[in-house]
Design a binder for this molecule. Sequence first.
Ligand SMILES: *Cc1c(COP(=O)(O)O)cnc(C)c1O
Length: 304
Amino acid sequence: MNIEHSTVQRLEVFNTLNVEVFIKREDQIHHFISGNKYRKLKYNLKVAKELGYSTILTFGGAFSNHIAAVAAAGYLQGFKTIGIIRGEELRDKTQHNDTLTFAKSQGMQLSFVSREAYRAKTSKVFIDALKQQFGKFYLIPEGGTNTLAVKGCEEILSLKDQNFDFVCCPVGTGGTIAGLINASKTHQKILGFSALKNNVLTSNISKFVTQSNWSLINDFHFGGYAKVNQELIAFLNAFNVEYNIPLDPIYTGKMMFGIFEMIKKGLFFKNAKVLAIHTGGLQGIAGINSKLKKKGLPLITYYK
Ligand SMILES: *Cc1c(COP(=O)(O)O)cnc(C)c1O
């Protein structure tokens, strides 16, 4: 797996202002090490290897794309991987969770901690205790965002992408948008669609970026992180029928829903060219589908 630039597809979008929408298929990099998670890990794993580490330790929730990506990339590159997972109650239920089952199949050692302990995961005390328990490791933060991750995400955009007026991406911890901002030209505007309800991301992004041509859009999180409703699921299924492109319900689906709403409202100027980054995340669909099934709600239909 060594990808430089993924393909860009044009979507036919009906609208009166002739706004053109394109999608960059970072999801096609790898099913599990997909999109931005591949970009974020690239230089971290390179440096970990150069520094002589054989173990990678990181953090995540039960459906985390980052956990799946670290497990798969670690396995491919010969690292031992350790995942510190939020929620002790999951310890005996990993067989019912697709992400954790996958992570284990890639050799990741899972360690479950209470939600309370997890909140302290960046404290020195907690990390020292992990060192006592697991020995020497290269630490990657939750969601994978650090300076090396931002450097990797700068490689999402190619020279050709400078023709777009807007570049859109979903935002979790902010590393991906920071890379896009740094790689963009000043005539471009980078729009981040927040996947979280709490608007605490601005400072996370600011500390990594060198330009101010960006803004965050907080209107399309659907009630919060990983929250979905029937309208969103219907949008994802219809989008896949129309364009034959699977979106994930936590990040890219909410971004694309938002872009379409903004087009409907005339918020992009006439003839604007909009590039949406498909950051991947498709492995998370199985988990959302099992939640929907329990509630008796319609499922995402295209997940194989
Ligand atoms: C992790 C993830 C994001 C968020 O990326 P950040 O760099 O944390 O903002 C967006 N999309 C997908 C599919 C992801 O897995």
